[in-house]
Design a binder for this molecule. Sequence first.
Ligand code: ADP
Length: 251
Amino acid sequence: MIKFDKVVKQFGDHVVLDHLDFQVRRGERVALIGPSGSGKTTILRLLMTIEKVNDGVIWIEDEPLTHQRKGDKLVVASEKHLRKVRTRIGMVFQQFNLFPNMTVLQNITEAPVHVLGKSKAEATERARELLQTVGLADKENAHPTKLSGGQQQRVAIARALAMDPDILLLDEVTSALDPELVADVLDVLRTIAETTDITMLIVTHEMGFARDVADRVLVFDEGKILEEGPPADIFSNPQQERTQRFLKAVL
Ligand code: ADP
């Protein structure tokens, strides 16, 4: 579903990802863990096309995300190409990023109507289903400022799912929440993982969540994959000394 092929990303002289290769299968849930600054968020931002690669190609199924075909060559993607591929990928951020001047329902229906061209009635029906899934059916007319952080984050999850993405990117979605609000958000994500086949890339410091939900864990350090494997192996029997130190610090 996703393939990073020798991806290089640098900010000025600082090489954040150095010829990074990895693949994610369709429907797989992959947790990205590792110390702060190791490049995890940059990977999600490249997939969202918020950032551009300096070299290498990212593939989504057989389509280049970062590039487009011109004859038998690949050229750097145009904005138009990016707008099209972007609709297949949903992202939930640490800081919710809801539209403050819109109601919960308007937040969720905005993109399906204006980007996908769904009718308002169809988008509203789907939004209501999703609000049910995230446990906020009674909040459709509320404004985000009237909701707790955990509720806002659940609206953000519903908003991402409303675009029917093939891929869902989760970037530290519980980091900005008070501890007592974290469980509800993680429960919603567990339900989504159990009831859909959306491919998920999860950047998280919640090791319990990674252990429960992920099929595979990638441990990053300085823009490279230190080791990877099923959560049971990585958490119980990490091979690399660097991984052992990281897990000791966060578990
Ligand atoms: P992580 O998510 O693992 O904490 P990031 O992907 O956020 O790591 O960051 C990786 C490195 O890239 C860090 O050293 C960070 O300072 C740097 N970085 C990220 N975004 C930018 C940016 N827009 N400009 C300059 N440096 C950046």
